[in-house]
Design a protein around this ligand. Sequence first.
Ligand SMILES: *Cc1c(COP(=O)(O)O)cnc(C)c1O
Length: 394
Amino acid sequence: MMAVQDVKRIYLSPPHMSGRERHYIDEAFETNWIAPLGPNIDAFERAVAAYAGTADAVAVSSGTAAIHLALRLLEVGSGDVVFCSSFTFVASANPIRYCGAEPVFIDSEPDTWNMSPDALGKALSAAALEGKLPKAVVVVHLYGQLAKMDEINALCGQYGVPVVEDAAESLGSTYKGKQSGGLGKFGVFSFNGNKIITTSGGGMLVSDDKALLGKARFLATQARDAAPHYQHSSMGYNYRMSNLLAGVGRAQLEVLEERVAARRAIFDTYKQALSGRDGIFFMPALEDSRPNRWLTAITVDEQLTGVTIPALLGALTDANIEARPLWKPLHLQPLFEGARFYAHGDGQPCCERLFNSGICLPSGSGMTAVEQVRVIDCINNVLEARAGSAAQTA
Ligand SMILES: *Cc1c(COP(=O)(O)O)cnc(C)c1O
Protein backbone atom coordinates (compact mmCIF):
# COMPACT_ATOMS: atom_id res chain seq x y z
CA MET A 1 0.00 0.00 0.00
CA MET A 2 1.20 3.48 -0.79
CA ALA A 3 1.89 5.74 2.15
CA VAL A 4 -0.32 8.79 2.32
CA GLN A 5 2.59 11.17 1.87
CA ASP A 6 3.41 9.49 -1.46
CA VAL A 7 0.18 10.64 -3.12
CA LYS A 8 -0.34 14.28 -3.91
CA ARG A 9 -2.87 15.97 -1.69
CA ILE A 10 -6.13 16.92 -3.36
CA TYR A 11 -7.40 20.17 -1.89
CA LEU A 12 -11.00 21.24 -1.51
CA SER A 13 -10.79 24.43 -3.57
CA PRO A 14 -7.27 25.73 -4.18
CA PRO A 15 -6.43 28.93 -6.10
CA HIS A 16 -6.30 28.50 -9.89
CA MET A 17 -4.27 31.17 -11.63
CA SER A 18 -4.76 32.05 -15.30
CA GLY A 19 -1.19 33.16 -16.00
CA ARG A 20 -2.20 36.74 -16.81
CA GLU A 21 -2.08 37.90 -13.17
CA ARG A 22 1.63 38.80 -13.33
CA HIS A 23 0.99 41.07 -16.31
CA TYR A 24 -1.27 43.37 -14.27
CA ILE A 25 0.97 43.15 -11.20
CA ASP A 26 4.02 44.07 -13.27
CA GLU A 27 2.11 47.00 -14.74
CA ALA A 28 1.37 48.21 -11.22
CA PHE A 29 5.07 47.96 -10.32
CA GLU A 30 6.15 49.72 -13.49
CA THR A 31 3.79 52.61 -12.86
CA ASN A 32 4.38 52.56 -9.07
CA TRP A 33 0.71 52.18 -8.20
CA ILE A 34 1.52 50.22 -5.02
CA ALA A 35 -1.41 51.50 -2.97
CA PRO A 36 -5.06 50.86 -2.17
CA LEU A 37 -5.98 52.90 -5.24
CA GLY A 38 -4.95 52.90 -8.88
CA PRO A 39 -5.82 51.76 -12.40
CA ASN A 40 -6.22 48.06 -11.56
CA ILE A 41 -8.81 48.89 -8.92
CA ASP A 42 -10.77 51.14 -11.26
CA ALA A 43 -10.69 48.56 -14.05
CA PHE A 44 -11.53 45.65 -11.74
CA GLU A 45 -14.50 47.52 -10.29
CA ARG A 46 -15.83 48.39 -13.74
CA ALA A 47 -15.41 44.81 -14.93
CA VAL A 48 -17.17 43.29 -11.91
CA ALA A 49 -20.05 45.78 -12.15
CA ALA A 50 -20.45 44.99 -15.85
CA TYR A 51 -20.37 41.27 -15.13
CA ALA A 52 -22.86 41.47 -12.27
CA GLY A 53 -25.10 43.84 -14.21
CA THR A 54 -25.03 46.51 -11.50
CA ALA A 55 -24.46 50.25 -11.84
CA ASP A 56 -21.27 50.23 -9.77
CA ALA A 57 -18.91 48.16 -7.63
CA VAL A 58 -16.50 48.95 -4.77
CA ALA A 59 -13.39 46.80 -4.28
CA VAL A 60 -12.55 46.10 -0.64
CA SER A 61 -10.18 44.01 1.43
CA SER A 62 -12.60 41.11 2.05
CA GLY A 63 -16.13 39.89 1.54
CA THR A 64 -16.66 40.36 5.26
CA ALA A 65 -15.74 44.04 4.93
CA ALA A 66 -18.22 44.37 2.04
CA ILE A 67 -21.03 42.94 4.19
CA HIS A 68 -20.07 45.31 7.00
CA LEU A 69 -20.20 48.30 4.64
CA ALA A 70 -23.59 47.21 3.26
CA LEU A 71 -25.01 47.08 6.79
CA ARG A 72 -23.49 50.47 7.66
CA LEU A 73 -25.04 51.96 4.50
CA LEU A 74 -28.41 50.58 5.60
CA GLU A 75 -27.84 52.32 8.94
CA VAL A 76 -27.80 49.16 11.00
CA GLY A 77 -26.86 50.17 14.53
CA SER A 78 -26.96 49.29 18.16
CA GLY A 79 -30.19 47.56 19.22
CA ASP A 80 -31.25 46.79 15.66
CA VAL A 81 -32.12 43.36 14.34
CA VAL A 82 -30.87 41.81 11.08
CA PHE A 83 -32.17 38.53 9.66
CA CYS A 84 -29.57 36.15 8.26
CA SER A 85 -29.44 32.65 6.77
CA SER A 86 -28.42 30.19 9.48
CA PHE A 87 -26.81 27.70 7.10
CA THR A 88 -23.66 29.65 6.19
CA PHE A 89 -20.12 30.62 7.13
CA VAL A 90 -19.75 32.82 10.21
CA ALA A 91 -18.65 35.80 8.07
CA SER A 92 -22.24 36.29 6.90
CA ALA A 93 -23.32 37.23 10.43
CA ASN A 94 -20.25 38.67 12.17
CA PRO A 95 -20.72 42.12 10.59
CA ILE A 96 -24.21 42.28 12.17
CA ARG A 97 -22.49 42.19 15.53
CA TYR A 98 -19.81 44.70 14.37
CA CYS A 99 -22.73 47.13 13.99
CA GLY A 100 -23.96 46.39 17.50
CA ALA A 101 -27.06 44.68 16.12
CA GLU A 102 -28.46 41.23 16.83
CA PRO A 103 -28.86 38.49 14.23
CA VAL A 104 -32.06 36.46 13.93
CA PHE A 105 -31.40 33.25 12.02
CA ILE A 106 -33.62 31.79 9.31
CA ASP A 107 -33.70 28.09 8.41
CA SER A 108 -33.05 26.57 4.99
CA GLU A 109 -35.57 24.75 2.81
CA PRO A 110 -34.91 21.47 0.99
CA ASP A 111 -35.19 22.65 -2.65
CA THR A 112 -32.16 24.97 -2.47
CA TRP A 113 -30.66 24.39 1.01
CA ASN A 114 -30.89 28.19 1.26
CA MET A 115 -33.14 30.61 3.15
CA SER A 116 -36.68 29.28 3.50
CA PRO A 117 -39.26 31.83 2.29
CA ASP A 118 -41.71 30.09 4.61
CA ALA A 119 -39.52 30.62 7.71
CA LEU A 120 -38.67 34.16 6.54
CA GLY A 121 -42.37 34.96 6.21
CA LYS A 122 -43.02 33.76 9.75
CA ALA A 123 -40.10 35.78 11.09
CA LEU A 124 -41.19 38.95 9.25
CA SER A 125 -44.80 38.76 10.39
CA ALA A 126 -43.69 38.12 14.00
CA ALA A 127 -41.34 41.12 13.78
CA ALA A 128 -44.09 43.31 12.33
CA LEU A 129 -46.41 42.31 15.18
CA GLU A 130 -43.72 43.28 17.70
CA GLY A 131 -43.28 46.57 15.84
CA LYS A 132 -39.60 45.89 15.24
CA LEU A 133 -38.80 44.93 11.67
CA PRO A 134 -35.23 43.95 10.77
CA LYS A 135 -33.02 46.63 9.23
CA ALA A 136 -31.89 44.15 6.56
CA VAL A 137 -32.08 40.52 5.47
CA VAL A 138 -28.76 38.84 4.61
CA VAL A 139 -29.48 35.98 2.22
CA VAL A 140 -26.73 33.54 1.28
CA HIS A 141 -26.32 31.57 -1.97
CA LEU A 142 -24.60 28.57 -0.44
CA TYR A 143 -21.96 26.71 -2.47
CA GLY A 144 -23.08 28.79 -5.45
CA GLN A 145 -26.67 27.60 -5.28
CA LEU A 146 -29.30 30.30 -5.75
CA ALA A 147 -31.80 31.01 -3.01
CA LYS A 148 -35.46 31.48 -3.99
CA MET A 149 -34.91 35.16 -4.69
CA ASP A 150 -38.31 36.01 -6.22
CA GLU A 151 -40.10 34.79 -3.09
CA ILE A 152 -37.56 36.37 -0.73
CA ASN A 153 -37.59 39.72 -2.56
CA ALA A 154 -41.39 39.71 -2.63
CA LEU A 155 -41.63 39.10 1.13
CA CYS A 156 -38.99 41.70 1.97
CA GLY A 157 -40.61 44.17 -0.43
CA GLN A 158 -43.94 43.68 1.30
CA TYR A 159 -42.38 44.82 4.59
CA GLY A 160 -39.98 47.35 3.05
CA VAL A 161 -36.88 45.53 4.30
CA PRO A 162 -33.75 45.74 2.08
CA VAL A 163 -32.01 42.54 0.95
CA VAL A 164 -28.23 42.04 1.10
CA GLU A 165 -27.10 39.13 -1.04
CA ASP A 166 -24.10 37.33 0.39
CA ALA A 167 -22.92 36.10 -3.00
CA ALA A 168 -19.42 35.30 -1.67
CA GLU A 169 -19.73 31.73 -2.94
CA SER A 170 -21.89 32.36 -6.00
CA LEU A 171 -19.96 34.65 -8.36
CA GLY A 172 -20.96 33.49 -11.84
CA SER A 173 -24.24 31.86 -10.75
CA THR A 174 -27.33 33.10 -12.52
CA TYR A 175 -30.98 33.23 -11.58
CA LYS A 176 -33.53 33.65 -14.37
CA GLY A 177 -30.75 35.01 -16.56
CA LYS A 178 -29.47 37.53 -13.99
CA GLN A 179 -26.22 37.32 -12.07
CA SER A 180 -26.30 36.62 -8.35
CA GLY A 181 -25.26 39.69 -6.39
CA GLY A 182 -27.42 41.90 -8.60
CA LEU A 183 -30.76 40.69 -7.27
CA GLY A 184 -31.06 42.67 -4.02
CA LYS A 185 -30.25 46.15 -2.72
CA PHE A 186 -26.59 45.16 -2.25
CA GLY A 187 -24.54 42.21 -3.38
CA VAL A 188 -21.30 40.97 -1.86
CA PHE A 189 -18.54 38.92 -3.54
CA SER A 190 -15.45 37.40 -1.96
CA PHE A 191 -12.07 36.78 -3.59
CA ASN A 192 -10.62 34.82 -0.70
CA GLY A 193 -8.11 32.12 -1.69
CA ASN A 194 -10.69 29.33 -1.70
CA LYS A 195 -13.37 31.06 -3.80
CA ILE A 196 -14.12 30.45 -7.48
CA ILE A 197 -11.77 33.30 -8.43
CA THR A 198 -9.36 34.90 -6.01
CA THR A 199 -7.18 37.90 -5.29
CA SER A 200 -5.65 35.95 -2.35
CA GLY A 201 -7.93 38.04 -0.16
CA GLY A 202 -10.49 40.61 -1.19
CA GLY A 203 -14.12 41.42 -1.74
CA MET A 204 -16.54 43.56 -3.72
CA LEU A 205 -19.71 45.43 -2.88
CA VAL A 206 -22.10 45.90 -5.80
CA SER A 207 -25.36 47.79 -6.18
CA ASP A 208 -27.46 49.88 -8.54
CA ASP A 209 -27.39 52.69 -5.95
CA LYS A 210 -24.40 54.74 -7.10
CA ALA A 211 -24.83 57.31 -4.36
CA LEU A 212 -24.63 54.71 -1.62
CA LEU A 213 -21.63 53.05 -3.24
CA GLY A 214 -19.96 56.45 -3.30
CA LYS A 215 -20.56 56.56 0.41
CA ALA A 216 -19.09 53.05 0.67
CA ARG A 217 -15.84 54.31 -0.90
CA PHE A 218 -15.83 57.18 1.59
CA LEU A 219 -16.39 54.88 4.59
CA ALA A 220 -13.79 52.40 3.29
CA THR A 221 -11.09 55.09 3.20
CA GLN A 222 -11.37 56.38 6.79
CA ALA A 223 -14.36 58.66 6.06
CA ARG A 224 -12.26 61.71 5.34
CA ASP A 225 -14.34 64.84 4.84
CA ALA A 226 -13.78 67.17 1.90
CA ALA A 227 -11.49 69.61 3.67
CA PRO A 228 -7.88 70.72 3.03
CA HIS A 229 -6.84 69.34 6.41
CA TYR A 230 -7.62 65.93 7.88
CA GLN A 231 -11.18 66.24 9.09
CA HIS A 232 -13.55 63.46 10.09
CA SER A 233 -17.16 63.63 11.15
CA SER A 234 -18.05 59.95 10.83
CA MET A 235 -16.31 56.73 11.74
CA GLY A 236 -14.73 54.99 8.77
CA TYR A 237 -12.58 51.97 8.03
CA ASN A 238 -9.45 51.06 6.14
CA TYR A 239 -11.18 48.58 3.85
CA ARG A 240 -9.94 49.31 0.32
CA MET A 241 -8.38 46.64 -1.88
CA SER A 242 -4.74 46.95 -2.88
CA ASN A 243 -4.05 47.92 -6.51
CA LEU A 244 -1.70 44.91 -6.73
CA LEU A 245 -4.43 42.48 -5.72
CA ALA A 246 -6.94 44.15 -8.02
CA GLY A 247 -4.50 43.22 -10.81
CA VAL A 248 -4.83 39.57 -9.81
CA GLY A 249 -8.60 40.03 -9.79
CA ARG A 250 -8.66 41.46 -13.33
CA ALA A 251 -6.85 38.44 -14.72
CA GLN A 252 -9.02 36.05 -12.71
CA LEU A 253 -12.24 37.66 -13.90
CA GLU A 254 -11.15 37.12 -17.51
CA VAL A 255 -11.36 33.34 -16.94
CA LEU A 256 -14.38 33.26 -14.63
CA GLU A 257 -16.69 31.70 -17.23
CA GLU A 258 -14.13 28.91 -17.76
CA ARG A 259 -13.92 28.38 -14.01
CA VAL A 260 -17.69 28.11 -13.73
CA ALA A 261 -17.78 25.60 -16.60
CA ALA A 262 -15.01 23.54 -14.97
CA ARG A 263 -16.74 23.42 -11.56
CA ARG A 264 -20.05 22.52 -13.14
CA ALA A 265 -18.37 19.72 -15.09
CA ILE A 266 -16.78 18.44 -11.86
CA PHE A 267 -20.21 18.39 -10.23
CA ASP A 268 -21.67 16.48 -13.21
CA THR A 269 -18.86 13.93 -13.11
CA TYR A 270 -19.40 13.26 -9.39
CA LYS A 271 -23.10 13.01 -9.97
CA GLN A 272 -22.76 10.57 -12.83
CA ALA A 273 -20.38 8.41 -10.85
CA LEU A 274 -22.16 8.40 -7.50
CA SER A 275 -25.83 9.28 -7.80
CA GLY A 276 -26.75 5.70 -8.72
CA ARG A 277 -25.76 4.67 -5.21
CA ASP A 278 -28.50 4.23 -2.63
CA GLY A 279 -28.42 6.92 -0.01
CA ILE A 280 -26.17 9.45 -1.80
CA PHE A 281 -27.92 12.70 -2.71
CA PHE A 282 -26.60 15.75 -4.54
CA MET A 283 -27.37 19.37 -3.81
CA PRO A 284 -30.35 20.20 -6.03
CA ALA A 285 -30.63 23.18 -8.37
CA LEU A 286 -33.48 25.60 -8.86
CA GLU A 287 -35.19 25.63 -12.22
CA ASP A 288 -34.19 28.61 -14.34
CA SER A 289 -30.89 28.95 -12.52
CA ARG A 290 -27.27 28.17 -13.30
CA PRO A 291 -25.39 27.47 -10.05
CA ASN A 292 -21.61 27.88 -10.34
CA ARG A 293 -21.15 24.67 -8.27
CA TRP A 294 -18.39 26.31 -6.27
CA LEU A 295 -18.29 23.18 -4.13
CA THR A 296 -19.98 19.89 -4.90
CA ALA A 297 -22.03 19.09 -1.81
CA ILE A 298 -23.69 15.75 -1.11
CA THR A 299 -25.71 14.23 1.70
CA VAL A 300 -25.27 10.66 2.82
CA ASP A 301 -28.11 8.65 4.32
CA GLU A 302 -26.45 6.67 7.11
CA GLN A 303 -29.22 4.07 7.21
CA LEU A 304 -29.16 3.34 3.49
CA THR A 305 -25.39 3.38 3.09
CA GLY A 306 -24.25 2.16 6.49
CA VAL A 307 -21.60 4.89 6.26
CA THR A 308 -21.32 7.74 8.74
CA ILE A 309 -20.08 11.20 7.81
CA PRO A 310 -17.07 10.95 10.18
CA ALA A 311 -16.16 7.58 8.62
CA LEU A 312 -16.35 8.99 5.10
CA LEU A 313 -14.35 12.11 6.03
CA GLY A 314 -11.82 9.88 7.78
CA ALA A 315 -11.37 7.66 4.72
CA LEU A 316 -10.86 10.72 2.49
CA THR A 317 -8.35 12.19 4.94
CA ASP A 318 -6.45 8.88 4.99
CA ALA A 319 -6.27 9.04 1.20
CA ASN A 320 -4.81 12.57 1.44
CA ILE A 321 -8.00 14.13 0.06
CA GLU A 322 -9.39 17.28 1.65
CA ALA A 323 -13.16 17.19 2.20
CA ARG A 324 -15.25 19.15 4.69
CA PRO A 325 -18.51 18.89 6.59
CA LEU A 326 -21.18 21.35 5.48
CA TRP A 327 -21.29 24.68 7.33
CA LYS A 328 -22.45 24.31 10.91
CA PRO A 329 -25.67 26.36 11.23
CA LEU A 330 -25.03 29.65 12.97
CA HIS A 331 -27.93 29.26 15.41
CA LEU A 332 -26.02 26.25 16.81
CA GLN A 333 -22.76 28.17 17.25
CA PRO A 334 -21.68 29.04 20.81
CA LEU A 335 -20.95 32.55 19.48
CA PHE A 336 -24.64 33.09 18.78
CA GLU A 337 -26.08 31.24 21.74
CA GLY A 338 -29.53 32.59 22.58
CA ALA A 339 -30.09 34.13 19.14
CA ARG A 340 -33.59 33.66 17.77
CA PHE A 341 -34.15 31.12 15.00
CA TYR A 342 -37.12 30.49 12.69
CA ALA A 343 -37.44 26.93 11.36
CA HIS A 344 -38.84 25.71 8.06
CA GLY A 345 -41.90 23.63 8.90
CA ASP A 346 -42.16 21.38 11.95
CA GLY A 347 -39.71 18.84 13.25
CA GLN A 348 -35.95 18.97 12.89
CA PRO A 349 -34.82 22.17 11.19
CA CYS A 350 -33.80 21.64 7.57
CA CYS A 351 -30.30 23.10 8.00
CA GLU A 352 -29.58 20.88 11.01
CA ARG A 353 -30.51 17.78 9.02
CA LEU A 354 -28.25 18.90 6.15
CA PHE A 355 -25.38 19.72 8.51
CA ASN A 356 -25.61 16.28 10.12
CA SER A 357 -25.64 14.40 6.85
CA GLY A 358 -23.56 16.32 4.32
CA ILE A 359 -20.05 16.87 3.07
CA CYS A 360 -18.28 18.98 0.44
CA LEU A 361 -16.05 17.21 -2.06
CA PRO A 362 -12.89 18.59 -3.68
CA SER A 363 -14.10 20.90 -6.44
CA GLY A 364 -11.15 23.02 -7.55
CA SER A 365 -11.36 24.08 -11.20
CA GLY A 366 -7.76 22.90 -11.65
CA MET A 367 -8.46 19.37 -10.43
CA THR A 368 -7.52 16.79 -13.08
CA ALA A 369 -9.76 13.95 -14.26
CA VAL A 370 -7.30 11.47 -12.71
CA GLU A 371 -7.52 13.26 -9.36
CA GLN A 372 -11.29 13.25 -9.45
CA VAL A 373 -11.28 9.51 -10.15
CA ARG A 374 -9.15 9.10 -7.02
CA VAL A 375 -11.83 10.88 -4.97
CA ILE A 376 -14.65 8.86 -6.54
CA ASP A 377 -12.79 5.56 -6.05
CA CYS A 378 -12.17 6.39 -2.41
CA ILE A 379 -15.87 7.07 -1.79
CA ASN A 380 -16.89 3.95 -3.72
CA ASN A 381 -14.48 1.85 -1.68
CA VAL A 382 -15.96 3.09 1.57
CA LEU A 383 -19.50 2.42 0.35
CA GLU A 384 -18.63 -1.05 -0.94
CA ALA A 385 -16.72 -2.05 2.19
CA ARG A 386 -19.79 -1.18 4.24
CA ALA A 387 -22.17 -2.91 1.86
CA GLY A 388 -19.91 -5.98 2.02
CA SER A 389 -19.76 -6.09 5.80
CA ALA A 390 -23.54 -5.51 6.01
CA ALA A 391 -24.04 -8.52 3.69
CA GLN A 392 -21.77 -10.62 5.91
CA THR A 393 -23.67 -9.86 9.08
CA ALA A 394 -27.04 -10.37 7.38
C1 LIG B 1 -16.04 33.43 2.14
C2 LIG B 1 -17.35 33.87 2.63
C3 LIG B 1 -17.54 35.12 3.21
C4 LIG B 1 -16.42 36.03 3.59
O1 LIG B 1 -15.58 36.42 2.61
P1 LIG B 1 -14.09 36.87 3.00
O2 LIG B 1 -13.61 37.47 1.74
O3 LIG B 1 -13.36 35.63 3.39
O4 LIG B 1 -14.18 37.85 4.11
C5 LIG B 1 -18.82 35.50 3.55
N1 LIG B 1 -19.86 34.69 3.37
C6 LIG B 1 -19.72 33.46 2.84
C7 LIG B 1 -20.93 32.63 2.65
C8 LIG B 1 -18.46 33.00 2.47
O5 LIG B 1 -18.33 31.77 1.98
